[in-house]
Ligand binder design. Structure first.
Ligand SMILES: *Cc1c(COP(=O)(O)O)cnc(C)c1O
Length: 453
């Protein structure tokens, strides 16, 4: 190890507390220190190169050091890096808002900026609550799916259904009605029955509580952090129908699925769904800068109009809301979607991943493979027949991903689900190399790791 790497690793361990990381293990291990990127590759301080197989935690779109985005940020720096949206307009944030409304599902008309996926969801749920409040209705409850993930602020955690992350904070959370998400692999019955079961449970809550429910919140098509859980076709559309029938708002959390990830610009497009509120973050700036947006319909927006004495204003904002550098990066990213016909080019990549998953599904210890566009998960189990998993302490998913590092691939699993989320602009040769290394590791290293005590 180079002295410089050693020094940086030491400095990290001395001063940084890492997110979602068991720090005791971290302090005992040697971290990889990333210091550069190039296209779809990460480069560490030792000069080792890794394919960025999870898009730097699901946000990178066009690769790293993309000339057009770099240039857009430089040009914006020559004007201004940031000025507030509280009481002032700003050129880039205005342009981006128009652009987002133009590409968003029909009906979404207004853009409220913030900085992360969690804040985008936090804003959506506060807007939903106040939407009803401003009309003299008291609706403080929400419906969400089990195993859902909407971010880590207290409001977003209240809507999240992942016990491992969320149960500790139980006493701090508001009440949410959790309905089982439709996950055929863990359901005793057919896919159709699975779908119907979830919808019936949702309708049962709506039937008795609709008057108290502000909104239903869902990750459309795929529950990402819950384990790449892909919903059966038709679920989202059916949820939209239910929310209309019972007159509650629908919040769609497209933080992970937005910006081409599922093969369309937004996951909602697959089922022709127009939500009342939509949350965007991760891919918004191409994975460059922290920027998020909550989009709403004109109807939601109009409920916040009133005379000063009526107090209908949405009192929420963040210092960096609508940051100009972030908006410039986002505009450049959207330009790239157009100039490279990115969405139209995804078909062959999605097919390559599908082919690899079909081969992987035959391997020992591979229980299930799931895919939606360029979002995929490979679930490792101890017993393919009973679907029984490995004990959590084995950290098998982590160990499998670590085995890929010396081969030049960087992945991060979700428990024992190996996640494949390459930048959607990845070229076919790099994608093939990534898939080959994943296949080789699951065929050769997984059985060895699974049998070790
Ligand atoms: C990542 C994610 C979030 C949280 O986004 P942050 O930017 O990490 O706060 C919210 N919802 C979904 C669906 C996500 O995948």
């Amino acid at each position: 190890m180079k002295p410089r790497t050693k020094r940086l690793a030491r400095t990290d361990k001395d001063f940084v507390w890492h997110p979602f990381t068991p720090m005791k293990d971290w302090l005992a291990d040697e971290p990889v220190v990333i210091e550069a990127g190039e296209g779809f590759t990460l480069i560490d301080t030792e000069g080792r190169r890794y394919i960025d197989g999870v898009s730097s935690l699901w946000c990178n779109v066009h690769g790293h050091r993309v000339a057009a985005i770099d240039r857009a940020i430089h040009e914006q720096l020559d004007r201004i890096a940031h000025s507030t949206l509280l009481g002032l307009a700003q050129s880039r944030s205005a342009e981006l808002a128009e652009r987002l409304v133009r590409i968003a599902p029909r009906g979404l008309a207004k853009v409220f900026y913030s900085d992360s996926g969690a804040t985008a969801v936090e804003i959506a749920l506060k807007m939903a609550y106040q939407f009803w409040h401003n009309q003299g209705r008291d609706r403080s409850e929400f419906i969400a799916l089990s195993d859902s993930y909407h971010g880590d602020t207290i409001g977003s955690v209240s809507l999240g259904g992942m016990p491992l992350f969320h149960s500790i904070f139980g006493p701090l959370l508001f009440k949410t009605h959790f309905v089982p998400g439709p996950h055929p692999y863990r359901f005793e019955g057919t896919t159709d029955e699975c779908l119907r079961f979830s919808l019936e449970r949702m309708e049962a809550v709506l039937k008795t509580r609709a008057e108290r429910i502000a909104a239903v919140v869902v990750e459309p098509l795929v529950q990402g952090a819950g384990g790449m859980l892909v919903h059966p076709a038709g679920f989202l559309k059916a949820v939209r129908k239910l929310t209309r029938r019972y007159d509650v708002l629908l919040i769609v959390d497209e933080v992970a699925t937005g910006f081409g990830r599922t093969g369309r610009m937004f996951a909602c497009e697959h089922e022709g769904v127009c939500p009342d509120l939509m949350c965007l973050a991760k891919g918004l700036t191409g994975g460059y800068l922290p920027l998020a947006a909550t989009l709403t319909t004109q109807e939601v927006f109009d409920a916040f109009l009133g005379e000063a004495h009526e107090h209908k204003t949405f009192y929420h904002g963040h210092t960096y809301t609508g940051n100009a550098l972030g908006c410039a990066a986002a505009l450049a990213s959207l330009d790239l979607f157009d100039s490279t016909s990115l969405i139209a080019s995804l078909g062959p990549k999605i097919e390559r991943i599908a082919q690899a998953l079909r081969r992987l599904s035959k391997l020992e210890y591979v229980g299930d493979v799931r895919q939606c566009g360029l979002m995929a998960g490979v679930e490792i189990v101890r017993d393919k027949t009973t679907r029984e998993g490995f004990p959590y302490e084995r950290r098998l998913g982590t160990r499998v991903c670590e085995a890929m590092r010396p081969k030049g691939v960087m992945l991060r699993p979700l428990s024992d689900v190996i996640v494949l989320m390459p930048p959607i602009a990845i070229d076919l040769p790099t994608l093939d190399r990534l898939l080959a290394i994943v296949e080789e590791t699951l065929a050769k290293d997984l059985p060895r790791l699974a049998r070790e005590a």
